[in-house]
Design a binder for this molecule. Structure first.
Ligand code: 9MR
Length: 455
């Protein structure tokens, strides 16, 4: 359960040591149960930290042009642990002229995010909209090759930096037809979507590959069923799809409905992850925001929620005031509801997994003490929490065992060695308890604290 971390060379056996270990374990158990009560510091006081404690991310769309706005970046850096470039990775932004790629604005966002331990969702590689004019006027096999080249180039450029790509966006028609949207890409042949997924997989085998759409939230709608059938077909034929994004732009014409959870769980049952990718709700009713988050938390394969902007003034639908912060950057009632939902959320019912088999380790001495505790565990991943004592400005080095990968962190600023298995976590003013999520990838060995240094 716990790990002694610094210069503790006493033998681990003998009645006294055993008594001490039992007492320490009891104290930590007590501390753990308190720690997860809502309202306490480590129950999460920000959206990202609270989501991470549930093994999820909480993200936002980010516009590069707003990164110079201090009010905006203060909220971004404090609250979110995932970002989606709002427009900067779209085709017209990244390949404005055929064969000439332009990554500056996208890289600005990627660097801002990754240097602060946030993950990046890539949006989007193939879409009928926001095509540069050279692509809009193309058709047939020339367009097919240009599209595939675009997917390959962009996914290769950002390889290793983007955790999930919206490979294809909005390829189905609205209404009751259940048909594919008629677009220049669709006219290159019905297999254009799977061709795009195969190209993306070849370019960045480590990224999750998503299909992303809107008006696919209501389980009874023809469009939802049409996307579901495509995903089922892809899974049965081995087309490389890992996730489905539900944009979830809710308004009076396209409201949230209570079968949303059924939609998420039905797609997840096909063997894909699901993600809420562009959430905004007209008027930002707190109860609806809360329901969306609870629905995601109730589905084990729902990885996280992204809102489509930070403040109402940042929204593409600003007049509908659909976001969690008002235009001055103050938290709205919907914010409180989302945070409460994240802190009290139901625990997914994943199958039980084998606990770690390695004994606790004693890392070399340092100038502070870092104690690692196991936390929530799911079918594919687990959380760990590290408590630091003896310093308020600290640096803790933690190693995970390959092929494990850390997918999320909270309450610290991480950097990585070149292998990606050794994380150096620095205090960021959020206190002396930090946490992280490890994707097990089949290996359930407990992460090891290597050192703790006061700075
Ligand atoms: O929020 C984006 C807005 O700034 C752009 O002008 C618009 C152009 O198409 O795209 C908006 O984002 C869209 C996203 O890329 C796909 N789903 C719908 C979003 C809202 O229109």
């Amino acid at each position: 359960m716990t790990e002694r971390c610094q210069g503790d060379t006493r033998p681990r056996t003998g009645p006294r040591a055993r008594t001490a270990i039992v007492l320490a374990a009891a104290a930590l158990l007590a501390a753990t149960s308190v720690a997860f009560l809502p309202g306490t510091a480590s129950a999460g006081t920000t959206l990202g930290a609270s989501a991470a404690e549930k093994g999820r991310y909480f993200g936002t769309a980010v516009a590069a042009s707003r990164l110079s706005d201090g009010n905006y970046t203060t909220i971004l850096n404090r609250e979110f642990n995932s970002v989606t470039p709002e427009n900067e990775m779209k085709i017209d932004a990244t390949e404005p002229q055929q064969g000439r790629f332009s990554y500056g604005a996208a890289e600005q966002i990627v660097n801002h995010a990754r240097s602060r331990g946030m993950s990046v969702r890539g949006h989007t590689l193939a879409w009928h909209s926001q095509q540069p004019s050279w692509m809009e006027s193309m058709s047939g096999s020339a367009l097919r090759s240009a599209m595939l080249n675009h997917v390959t180039q962009v996914a290769t450029h950002f390889r290793g930096q983007v955790v999930a790509w919206d490979v294809v966006n909005e390829a189905f028609e609205d209404g009751t037809s259940g048909a594919r949207r008629n677009s220049n890409l669709q006219r290159t042949g019905n297999d254009w979507i799977e061709a795009a997924f195969r190209a993306a997989r070849a370019a960045d085998p480590g990224a999750k590959l998503c299909y992303n759409d809107y008006n696919t939230d209501n389980w009874t709608h023809a469009k939802t069923q049409a996307v579901y059938n495509m995903v089922r077909d892809f899974k049965s034929r081995g087309v490389p799809i890992d996730c489905v994004g539900f944009q979830s732009h809710f308004n009076n014409d396209s409201p949230y409905v209570s079968n949303y959870r059924t939609t998420l769980s039905s797609f997840a049952a096909l063997g894909v992850d699901v993600q809420v990718t562009e959430l905004d709700i007209q008027g930002a009713p707190a109860a609806t925001y809360r329901s969306v988050v609870e629905d995601c938390l109730a589905v084990a394969r729902c990885n996280g929620v992204t809102v489509w902007g930070i403040r109402d003034s940042d929204s593409w639908r600003a007049s509908q005031t659909p976001l969690l912060f008002n235009s001055s950057g103050q938290k709205k009632a919907a914010y409180d509801a989302v945070l409460a939902a994240l802190n009290n959320g139901t625990t997914p019912t994943d199958p039980p997994t084998t606990p770690p088999t390695t004994p606790p380790t004693t890392p070399p001495s340092g100038s502070c003490t870092a104690t690692l505790q196991d936390s929530t565990r799911w079918g594919d991943r687990f959380n760990s929490q590290v408590t630091v004592s003896g310093a308020s400005n600290w640096t803790v080095v933690v190693a995970v065992t390959p092929p494990q990968k850390v997918s999320n962190t909270w309450n610290g600023t991480p950097t990585w060695d070149s292998s990606g298995n050794v994380m150096t976590m620095r205090s960021n003013g959020s206190g002396n308890v930090f946490g992280f999520t490890t994707m097990a990838n089949g290996t359930w060995t407990r992460p090891v604290v290597r050192s703790c240094t006061a700075s």
